[in-house]
Design a protein around this ligand. Sequence first.
Ligand code: NAP
Length: 316
Amino acid sequence: MKLLIARPMTSAVEARARAEFDVEIRENTMPMSQQEMLSALAEFDVVVPTLGDQFSAQVFGDADKPRCKLLANFGVGYNHIDVDAARSAGLEVTNTPGAVTDATADIAMTLLLTTARRAGEGERLVRSGQWQGWHPTQMLGHHVSGKRVGIVGMGRIGQAIARRCHFGFGMQVAYQSRSAKDLDFPAEFMPQLQSLAASVDFLVLAVPGGAETRHLIDAHILEAVSPSAILINIARGEVVDEAALISALQSGQIAGAGLDVYEFEPSVPQVLCDMENVTLLPHLGTATEEVRSSMGHMALDNVAAFVAGRTLPNPV
Ligand code: NAP
């Protein structure tokens, strides 16, 4: 059984992969090219791909009777893989749910607090040497405690964010999801996204990417948002119509945004970089040593189950 891992991993994960499998670990940190994906499907039994590796219907169409039988994705989001096309080509797909939940919720709160309290702008001010000292009206931001947060996508990460907001900051929680949830904290289910958007101080996106959620946040929804509200996106860039968001920020239709992900990642529009009221992170959601190791182990658990002919722990 030949395994390809598409990116360098933490040392713990690489050590386990080398001990347990006949593995090749790609040294390049950039996404695989179409040609690399085709070669991987032809030459390996299992591939561990990740964000940016666009396993599209065309790639599976071009791969003639692929040797590869499992894509054990590193990451919970798998919108870069056309799962139906993979299945038609005889491949199974797994992901790494759960391992990423708390770290990603922490990054959502980092963005929420940083944007609301103007922490990025303040940090830039101190570093610039231009800070002239404290005064009662210096850099007034948005209060967070007790405010109303709207979570779009009340799944694992959405619930972890909601818990932090409720228990940590005394916030009122409202949410939209495909279905209402049985939760152990108070939260108002609002099935209409537009009504939710109109009712909150912070709108936090935690849905999966893909065709169903592309541009879920468009000009129409942004029009509904209060001019004092802040949008936080830790989901996928394509969930937000980035051009509409930029217009809404420029016109003051929305007060600010905290973004971990971008529609055309890693390209970030200069106009966003020039705005003081946005916080821009380089897709840091799961970026801790512990979490990346847990994700890697989870991906390898799926590989091990596949090799042993056992039921896959995390099929998508
Ligand atoms: P999850 O447990 O599957 O939760 C997703 C939630 O989204 C579910 O509550 C689902 O509703 C809801 N949903 C799905 N489609 C929807 C739609 N069209 N409209 C409204 N709600 C919809 O997934 P998760 O583990 O929380 O992860 C969520 C996403 O976060 C991942 O798919 C990934 O793209 C992203 N993520 C980002 C980072 C980062 O580094 N920034 C890290 C990890 C994950 P139902 O429960 O009602 O079906």
